[in-house]
Design a protein around this ligand. Structure first.
Ligand SMILES: Cc1cc2nc3c(=O)[nH]c(=O)nc-3n(C[C@H](O)[C@H](O)[C@H](O)COP(=O)(O)OP(=O)(O)OC[C@H]3O[C@@H](n4cnc5c(N)ncnc54)[C@H](O)[C@@H]3O)c2cc1C
Length: 418
């Protein structure tokens, strides 16, 4: 049985950053990464960005590490193998080829995977999801012979896919179950601004709508909606959320909820096991809550902090994370915890208040989310210029109870509140 000092499950940005950090902290300790994807580290972010998707840049720009980086740093990459069982008492991880690896310290950096669509006919050819490089390769190949596409889901994947498909000259219909885009994370005003940009870009939006059945033979030919309408489509891209695959850790004693539960040091409930990245549901010291995030900066930073703790440090993870996306001439930015007051479970509602920050031009809009008087998150439509100030205000945790009028006044410079 192979034995390594540091074992990392998941070779995305969290896992690979952790390996890199371990190597800096402990030049001699053996380190292996197990990844069920057959690739070295690549930019997952780039998969949904027009230059890559429309093949305007060389494919090779997707790689963030070269093959030789791993042996050069004495890091073993076990690619194309899945971890299927974990025994925290014996300190072993079993892989899908039945081999086992013994570890001293283990990091779970397994990210999330796409939620599968359960519509009738969703198993037909040319129904796609976008999470992995292999997904992107399939979509890029299919786009070349596509005239009309249906995108299902009103989140960031849906938004970015609409833009790329339109740029590829395809007729696009976006189907959202909710009354407006990105509901309930965004309010109606923000959703409407995004929808206006999508429609100006030629996307047809069907709100309060659901697919009853995917029609066609082996391959997609269209969809029938719940109201009986039929839309032709050569392909469908589904973006209805992600979830964390934790089944394989069952029986290991590691506490899981929506993700792998950790404390503020990213340590799990089992000794010598940490978690980092999209799959970690960690204790956020700024918010004082368990949260799970899905953004690159958070995953990278968590990989770094978890690795330092695996090497003997006792460092809290502290970061106000943010996410910026854009397309159709609009920018959308999120900072901190943007769960609002409505549509979510009761524990997320308590003590929360949303302050709208309407700009006079009507084209930009921010929402500031307060919890017990402190700013904990913000969403910005066409207002990325406020991202830095809002991020600092979240980090500072200052009481804003007496400044609500300033927060709601878009002509007040937020920097004056710092
Ligand atoms: C299309 C797309 C666009 C995005 N754009 C942005 C953006 O613009 N900005 C931004 O901040 N974020 C963006 N994100 C989110 C960002 O990519 C993620 O937050 C980040 O990649 C998370 O990194 P991670 O290492 O935690 O997980 P992942 O990158 O998901 O890596 C986890 C790896 O572990 C593997 N794995 C899982 N289980 C096992 C197992 N049992 N055994 C072996 N391997 C396993 C997975 O297959 C995967 O390879 C985007 C995501 C997608 C999908």
């Amino acid at each position: 049985m192979e034995k390594v000092k540091y074992l990392i499950i998941g070779g995305g940005v969290a896992g690979t950053t952790a390996a890199e950090t371990i190597r800096q902290q402990d030049p001699a300790g053996s380190c292996a990464i197990v990844s069920d994807e057959p690739y070295r580290l690549y930019s997952r972010i780039m998969l949904s960005k027009p230059n890559f998707f429309l093949e305007k840049i060389p494919f090779d720009q997707i790689w963030l590490k070269q093959d030789e980086w791993y042996p050069k740093n004495n890091i073993t990459l076990i690619a194309g193998k899945k971890a299927t069982a974990l025994d925290t008492a014996a300190k072993t991880v079993t892989l899908d080829d039945s081999t086992s690896i013994v570890y001293d310290k283990l990091l779970l950096a397994t990210g999330t995977c796409v939620r599968k669509w359960n519509s009738k006919g969703a198993d037909k050819q040319n129904v796609f999801y976008l999470r992995m490089l292999d997904d992107a390769k399939q979509i890029i190949a299919k786009v070349k012979s596509t005239r009309s596409a249906v995108v299902v889901g009103g989140g960031f994947v849906g938004f970015e896919m609409c833009e790329m498909l339109r740029l590829a000259g395809i007729d696009v219909t976006l189907i959202i179950r909710e009354p407006h885009f990105w509901d309930p994370l965004l309010d109606k005003r923000s959703g409407t601004l995004i929808e206006a940009a999508l429609e100006k870009g030629g996307v047809r939006i069907m709100r309060n709508s659901q697919v009853k059945e995917v029609i066609g033979g082996e391959s997609v030919e269209g969809v029938t909606l719940a109201d009986g309408a039929t839309l032709p489509a050569d392909m469908i891209v589904v973006g209805i959320g992600t979830y964390c695959r934790v089944e394989w850790t069952a029986g290991s004693g590691i506490k899981t909820n929506r993700g792998i539960v950790t404390d503020e040091y990213l340590a799990t409930s089992a000794p010598d096991v940490w978690a980092a990245g999209d799959g970690a549901e960690f204790k956020d010291v700024i918010l004082g809550e368990q949260i799970q995030l899905g953004n690159w900066a958070n995953a990278q930073m968590q990989g770094r902090v978890a690795a330092r703790n695996m090497c003997g440090a006792h460092e809290q993870f502290r970061l106000v994370s943010f996410y910026v996306t854009g397309g159709f001439g609009i920018t959308i930015a999120f900072a901190g915890d943007i769960r609002p007051t409505e549509g979510l479970s009761p524990e997320h509602v308590e003590g929360r208040e949303v302050i709208a920050r309407n700009a006079a031009d009507g084209n930009s809009f921010s929402r500031i989310i307060l919890k017990n008087g402190k700013i904990i998150g913000a969403t910005m439509i066409n207002n990325t210029k406020e991202l830095t100030a809002l991020t600092k205000l979240i980090e500072k945790g200052a009481d804003m109870a007496d400044n609500k009028d300033k927060l709601s006044n878009a002509s007040c410079d937020l920097k004056t509140l710092l």
